[in-house]
Write a protein that binds this ligand. Structure first.
Ligand SMILES: [Cu+2]
Length: 120
């Protein structure tokens, strides 16, 4: 019985995840892979068109890092090298410059880990 209930719960959780994803379930207009390593993102300057749905694929070349886009409500953990990647979607609704930065303390040059997205 407990096992059955666990299954039911799993199904509910999965259904919820699916619902949450449908809104932005369309294929991204652009996929940009960003590599993170002490103490830089590469590339660190990215230009996108206004309205594009951009998917960032975030890969660490060493330790734990984070990827935060200021003012966009985005902050995800990037797993250490060999432990997979993080994906996050960003819609460039307004023109301008969005700064991104590392959000996990990764060492002495952590504060230097930043870049920007230029929306044109
Ligand atoms: Cu850092």
């Amino acid at each position: 019985m407990v096992v059955l209930m666990r299954h039911a719960l799993t199904v509910l959780v999965l259904a919820g995840l699916l619902l949450a994803q449908t809104a932005e379930n369309r294929k991204p207009d652009r996929v940009v892979t960003i590599n993170a390593e002490r103490f830089a993102f590469s590339p660190s300057k990215i230009t996108v068109k206004q309205g594009q749905l951009v998917e960032f694929v975030l890969v660490s070349d060493d330790t734990d890092h984070g990827f935060r886009i200021a003012g966009a409500g985005i902050d995800v953990a990037i797993p250490p090298q060999g432990r997979g990647e993080a994906k996050v979607r960003f819609i460039a609704r307004e023109k301008g410059r969005f700064v991104f930065e590392c959000s996990r303390a990764c060492g002495a040059g952590h504060n230097l880990m930043r870049g920007y997205i230029e929306v044109k």
